[in-house]
Each structure stands twice: as C-alpha cells, then as structure tokens.
Design a protein around this ligand. Structure first.
Ligand code: SF4
Length: 279
C-alpha cells in the first residue's frame, strides 16, 4: 500500500522477523492465527503485521479479546474496569481490518474476583491478568483438539525490562500433545518495535487509535492498577460514579489498590484528591 508518514516510510512488511523461531511450524501449516487484542495500538500493529507483513490469509486470523467486566449484557455486573468505548472500538478494528472478532469473558468479573479475594490485584499478585485474560483465553482454546494454533500478542521490549527479558516465542499452556493433539504456539511478533513505529504503522494503514489515549498512555483497564497518579486522576474525573464506587470498595474490603513500601495509600490520597480544585 502507499503510505505517507511523518518519519521513515515503512510498511508492515518491514517489521517481519528476519527469521521465525526454529520451534515454529511454517506459517501456512497453522490452522488458525489468534491475535489477542485489547484495543490498544500494539494489538492493532500485531494484527497489521500478521495481515500485511506475514500475509496470513484473512480467513485464518481471529482477533480475540477478553473483557474483564464479564458479560456486557448482564446488568448485574458493573462495567467498572473496561473502557466503555472498547467494545465499539473493537468492532471498528474488526471492520477496518476485515477480520473476525471473538470476545470472551469469565463468569466472574474483575470486581467479583476482587471481592472474592478481599483484595485488589497488585504487581506481585496480578490476578486480574491471570484470571480475566490468560485463563479465559486458555480455557477457550482448550475446547479445540486436533488443531494447530499460532497465538500472536503485542508485548514490546521497549515497554519494560521485564517484557524485554521474556522470550519472543514459547509453547502456550494450552498446548497439548497426545490424544488432544493441540498445537498452541505463542509468538510476540512486534517485540522489537518501538512505540513510535507502532503509532506510525496504525496511521499508515488508516486505523484510528482507541480514544482512551487522550487520557492514559496505555490502553488497559480504565482504573488499571498501574495507572499513574495523573492518569488515575483523569479517569476519576471522566467516571466520577465509578470512582466513588471504587473508593467505597476500598473501604468495604479494608484494602487499598495502591501501596508503596508496604504502606497503603487510598485512591483518594494517590491522586491527592483533596488538592483538585472543584471549580
Ligand atoms: S489492565 Fe491493569 S488492572 Fe486491568 S487486567 Fe491488566 S494489569 Fe490488571
């Protein structure tokens, strides 16, 4: 495709790995390619590289998204953590890329998991990601036997030291030999890409970014445990009722979402709410 860019002109082809990991099958031997999508720019770039870089046929690619607030049609579940724009954005992404979208969720929402455990997730006990994302995907994939699946996810080395140290390829936990004969290979195809390259690639292919980037730097839960104070302050003002509900949850649980050096900090203190002018 023809692209006009602010920086260097690069198509998705230029982000293809020079060599695929030796443990992988030739790409055409996979029955399905799953791209885990959050709605964030990295997930868009991953899908673009799969489609236009590796030239994987569209009918083999599925965009797979895991909601953390559970079934969107179950009105007993408060939509507390997922951005309200994400469902529509994923529909847009699916339409723009002409790729099938699968949306999954766990029976219990993130709020229900938090209440069940009596605590908020943290960087050392990140049960939000494990229960609501990783396990939900693995459970869904384990339904399928006699299949060869390649999972693509959009982690990048630039994001953190932890991510940089993780391998570009591994066998997924849902991989099973023997009777199940289920291959699930997990590749991080944009691991080496930079944020600027990701944004540029999305622009080059005419894909608008999720609106949340106006307020936060990463497209994750609107009240993500990793939000900075400034980000949390912005989301608190965007969703005042949810914010009040979240602060109430802290009181009910006797546990705060944020702590530093072993000392708990209420959400209110974290964003220095008492210093935000009302008018
Ligand atoms: S975005 Fe943040 S809060 Fe949401 S699941 Fe991921 S780490 Fe947990």
């Amino acid at each position: 495709m023809s692209v006009s860019v602010m920086g260097e002109k690069r198509g998705a082809e230029s982000f293809v790995l020079p060599e695929l990991p030796s443990e992988m099958l030739p790409l055409h031997e996979y029955d399905e390619i799953h791209v885990n999508v959050s709605g964030g720019a990295d997930s868009v770039a991953t899908a673009l590289v799969a489609l236009h870089g590796y030239k994987i046929p569209k009918d083999k690619i599925k965009l797979v998204h895991m909601r953390v607030d559970g079934n969107p049609n179950d009105h007993t579940k408060r939509q507390l953590f997922d951005w309200p724009q994400t469902d529509a954005y994923l529909e847009y992404m699916s339409k723009m890329l002409d790729l099938q979208l699968i949306v999954l969720w766990d029976d219990l929402s993130l709020e229900e998991r938090i209440r069940e455990r009596g605590m908020f997730p943290s960087s050392t006990c990140r049960f939000c990601t494990s229960y609501l994302k990783r396990d939900v995907y693995a459970k869904w994939v384990r339904q399928f036997d006699d299949v060869k699946i390649l999972l693509l996810t959009g982690e990048r080395s630039e994001e953190s030291k932890e991510r940089a140290e993780k391998p570009v390829f591994k066998l997924h936990t849902a991989h099973a030999t023997g009777r199940k004969n289920r291959t699930v290979h997990w590749l991080k195809p944009i691991k080496a890409m930079l944020k600027t390259e990701v944004r540029q690639l999305c622009a080059d292919y005419g894909i608008e970014l999720h609106p949340c980037y106006q307020w936060v730097s990463r497209c994750s839960c609107k009240f993500c445990i990793f939000n900075t104070s400034a980000e949390m302050s912005r989301t608190s003002q965007l969703f005042p009722e949810d914010w009040a509900y979240l602060k109430q949850m802290e009181e009910e649980l006797g546990h705060t979402m944020k702590s530093k050096d072993g000392i708990s900090h209420s959400l209110s203190a974290f964003i220095k709410e008492d210093q935000i002018p009302l008018f």
